[in-house]
Design a protein around this ligand. Structure first.
Ligand code: ATP
Ligand code: MG
Length: 419
């Protein structure tokens, strides 16, 4: 980037984070939220519930960044030590904000209960710090500042309370203090059915020089996302859009979305636009394809029905797969997938039938049909197509990849059939 954005540091506090029992989603959320304002997070630190460790980590972070946002450890229990560590570092006494205690007491009174004495701790703040009232919980947020150390913001660990403070007072406060020049603009290109290496190879010359735009390849189980980001001044934005267009063009049909859209939502839109209904026949995915398609509200416009036919008997009885096909080729075969898709379409009364049959593992693989072997078929009025895949990964990954590949075959069918 040409101009580096102003940066802060984040400090996540809590033993549960170090134990891995709680994943630190707060820091990720804050970093994303601030990126939209043009404020970068230079470093994230996690420490346990210990006054000396919190004080030292905060002191080091302030020395580097001069502005630090902390989450966690503001509760009323003995393991909530953040305010004490901060008071020590800033050399302030702890005082009690009686007005906040009165707010809490009134809340309890309205519910007809006496406020537990332990809640007096929630009024404790380092002297001279600002306590921001918390409409969602009992711990106020605390903002403390001096000329030597800089500014520290303390937020509760509970994610909804943290987000409430960020959206309310804290984002404006940080923008006022750091005066970011321009928010960071992001373009996301989502691909599926193509490996990270293959995508990288295909776009190598474009990726070789993207300045001042940052380019990142983000592979996941179900595909590779390409993320472009830049400061949003006019010149960088033009470059950002030109690069996004060039990448889309080069990658071609493997691109299924611009922006954070799920493949199932993309397929849903196509089905609705084409006024097409679909019936599903699932073996190894056990309903995952149906779940994906019906995650989108309004899916009843195009999802007609689904059959989970795990046994051969069910494939025969519910979908009409012939006994001869099952005997000659087995359940994981192109022939079986075709008959499943055609059967789902016919018996489900839909325009299209989609079938998945495969070996999710860990057992059941053979030399000829190793674990991961999956047949997917799409049946339409004009005929049925089937494709064989061998998906890598464990049972869960094979199933996820199978559902994703089925959605992608459906997407490609819908695009080809009508464009
Ligand atoms: P409060 O006083 O409002 O209860 P607190 O400041 O004491 O909040 P904690 O006790 O540390 O916060 O955590 C409260 C809850 O928030 C816990 O369930 C914890 O798992 C969760 N939490 C804490 N920190 C994080 C984080 N960084 N990311 C996601 N969840 C978190
Ligand atoms: Mg805690």
């Amino acid at each position: 980037m040409l101009v580096s954005p102003p940066a802060i540091e984040l400090l996540a506090i809590g033993n549960e984070l170090l134990l891995g029992e709680t994943v630190d989603t707060n820091s990720a959320w804050i970093a994303q939220r601030l990126a939209r304002e043009g404020i970068a997070v230079a470093r994230k630190t996690t420490v346990g519930d210990d006054v000396a460790l919190i004080r030292d980590a905060l002191s080091a972070a302030l020395r580097r960044a001069r502005t630090v946002v902390c989450t966690g450890g503001l509760g009323p229990t003995v393991d909530d030590l953040t305010r004490h560590a901060v008071a020590e570092l800033y050399g302030r006494r702890i005082v009690v904000d009686e007005s906040w205690i009165e707010v809490l007491r009134e809340r309890y009174r309205r519910r007809g209960i006496e406020m537990p004495a332990i809640n007096r701790v929630q009024g404790e703040v380092p002297e001279g710090a600002r306590a921001l009232p918390n409409p969602r919980g009992t711990a106020p947020a605390i903002v403390i500042e001096d000329d030597d150390l800089g500014m520290t913001v303390l937020l509760p660990g509970v994610p909804s309370e943290m987000r409430g403070f960020m959206e309310g007072e804290i984002v404006p406060l940080l923008c006022e203090r750091l005066r970011p020049a321009a928010p960071i603009a992001i373009r996301l290109i989502r691909t599926t059915g193509i490996s990270e290496a293959a995508v990288a190879e295909r776009v190598a010359d474009i990726a070789a020089d993207t300045a001042p735009v940052d380019l990142a390849f983000l592979p996941d189980t179900c595909g590779v996302d390409i993320r472009l980001s830049a400061a949003s001044d006019a010149a960088a934005l033009r470059r950002l859009d030109a690069l996004a267009a060039a990448l889309r063009e080069r990658i071609g049909a493997a691109v299924y979305a611009d922006g954070p859209l799920d493949l199932a939502a993309v397929v849903g839109k196509l089905l609705r636009a084409r006024r097409c209904t679909v019936a599903l026949a699932e073996s190894c995915t056990g309903g995952l394809l149906g779940k994906r398609l019906t995650d989108t509200p309004g899916a009843s416009d195009y999802v007609q029905t689904g059959f989970i036919t795990y046994s051969n008997q069910a494939k025969h009885a519910l979908l009409g797969v012939s006994a001869a096909t099952l005997a000659a080729h087995g359940a994981v075969s192109g022939e079986c997938a075709r008959e499943m898709a055609a059967g789902a379409r016919l018996r489900g009364g839909a325009d299209l039938g989609v079938a998945i049959t495969g070996i999710a593992g860990p057992g059941g693989g053979t030399e000829e049909k190793p674990v991961g072997t999956t047949w997917i078929a799409v049946a339409a009025g004009g005929g049925t197509t089937a494709r064989r895949f061998v998906f890598p990964g464990d049972r869960g990954e094979v199933r996820e990849r199978a559902a994703q590949a089925a959605l992608d075959m459906l997407r490609r069918h819908l695009l080809d059939a009508h464009d």
